[in-house]
Design a protein. Structure first.
Length: 187
């Protein structure tokens, strides 16, 4: 088992059931520990409990996976319309990005479960994989087909995603960096 600790979205879809995620520079074996309390990464993709002093974990990786799911459904980076300190305040207050109307309900439900404020209530990576396989093999695929039709209508009406699509804050940073000095202001 590997802890990712710092997801960056760089998806390459080979087949409908096989994904590769890039940007795993901070990944490490799940049974190893980090010798210091350094928080390194991108604010929007780090689970709230990490900023409150908890160590990176499989559960924090799942929370990050939920943010990647949101990015895939909207085409936007989470909290990109806010300056970094505002994003952190929103994350610590439990706010999550707005789920768009063209997101399939089953997908939105899984995404929200990945964002659960209680890390123990988040699904495991194995459970997430089983849900995806179930979607592909069973009738949930219809929800995705209907969502795609809705998405096409929204694109034609020039309303493809969240209200802030394309409105990036000039201070939004989406490269990994040390966050301890930045975060210490909020503790």
């Amino acid at each position: 088992m590997i802890l990712i600790c710092d997801f960056i979205l760089d998806f390459r879809i080979h087949h409908i059931t096989q994904w590769q995620i890039g940007g795993l520079g901070l990944s490490r074996p799940a049974n190893s520990t980090i010798s210091n309390n350094e928080i390194y990464g991108v604010i929007s993709y780090i689970a709230p409990e990490i900023f409150k002093g908890s160590p990176f974990s499989k559960e924090s990786d799942v929370c990050c996976m939920g943010m990647i799911m949101w990015e895939l459904t909207t085409g936007c980076r989470p909290f990109s319309n806010f300056e970094p300190d505002s994003s952190l305040c929103k994350i610590l207050d439990g706010e999550r990005p707005e789920i768009t109307e063209d997101t399939p309900e089953c997908y939105a439900n899984l995404m929200k479960s990945c964002w659960d404020p209680d890390p123990r209530k988040r699904p495991s990576i194995t459970e997430i994989r089983m849900v995806y396989v179930d979607w592909i093999k069973h009738s949930e695929i219809k929800q995705f087909q209907q969502a795609e039709l809705k998405r096409i209508k929204l694109i034609k009406s020039k309303k493809p995603g969240p209200e802030f699509t394309g409105k990036y804050h000039s201070g939004a940073i989406y490269t990994s960096r040390p966050l301890n000095p930045f975060v210490s202001e909020f503790k």
